[in-house]
Ligand binder design. Structure first.
Ligand code: SF4
Length: 237
């Protein structure tokens, strides 16, 4: 399969993307099942690719699959997913109209007895997986993107992005795509009161903002151009 560059008007990631994949979304999903671009495929059960319609009203990007997503092969089906789905409903968003995905597509963990403890993907593992996310963004082409947590936010906006400081602000990531970043629901579940209630309210506020933008259907005049946006370097695999 040839590997041409991403379309010039596709949404762009701030972090470099070293390959551009061709094929339809379904073909990409199938191809990702056999991905060996980094070592994470080996201990994991399966690739957890994004899920949702190609004409989705919004794309939500998390960090990496957890233990339950690894077993189910679907993103956001664990406790963090339950919180996200509850808040999406409160924000008036129909999950069937959304595309849910992660920055990294395999579960990374450390065995501890019978448990599998979540481990953060390394910078090189994130880089290896980035072409899949870039390909999803190029195929789904939704007008609104929400990054959940620091890993997704920094992939979209650059390493200097801080969720605590920068969440909730729109940035243009393409001619027809606005993005904002907010809390990852799993970070909220790890917090203690009263911080947990504050962050939960902020996540809901940001999802409502995204719902309003999705209804309007695209970037607004006040969007900041994302900082640190190098041209992707699509090398062929
Ligand atoms: S984590 Fe991403 S790059 Fe690594 S093997 Fe899985 S799909 Fe491929």
């Amino acid at each position: 399969m040839s590997r041409p560059e991403l379309p010039t008007d596709a949404p762009r990631l701030a972090k470099p993307v070293e390959a551009a994949f061709t094929g339809t979304l379904d073909e990409l999903r199938l191809e990702a099942r056999g991905c060996r671009r980094c070592p994470l495929w080996r201990p994991a059960t399966q690739t957890v690719f994004g899920a949702g319609p190609q004409d989705a009203a919004m794309m939500l990007i998390g960090e990496q699959p957890g233990a339950q997503e690894d077993l189910a092969g679907e993103p956001f089906v664990g406790p963090a997913g339950a919180l996200l789905r509850e808040l999406l409903q409160q924000a008036g968003l129909d999950v069937a109209r959304l595309y849910l995905t992660n920055t990294v597509k395999h579960f990374k963990y450390e065995p501890r007895g019978k448990a599998r403890l979540h481990k953060r993907a390394s910078a090189s593992e994130q880089a290896a997986c980035r072409p899949w996310l870039a390909a999803e963004l190029a195929r789904v082409r939704t007008p609104v993107v929400v990054a959940l947590g620091a890993m997704a936010a920094q992939t979209l906006f650059g390493s200097s992005f801080r969720v605590t400081r920068d969440r909730g602000a729109w940035q243009a990531i393409g001619p027809a795509t606005s993005a904002l970043a907010t809390w990852h629901p799993s970070a909220i579940l790890r917090m203690r009161p009263p911080e947990r209630e504050v962050a939960r309210a902020q996540l809901l506020e940001d999802l409502r903002k995204a719902a309003t933008r999705a209804q309007r259907g695209g970037p607004g005049a006040g969007d900041r151009e994302a900082r640190a946006r190098p041209t992707s370097d699509p090398a062929r695999r």
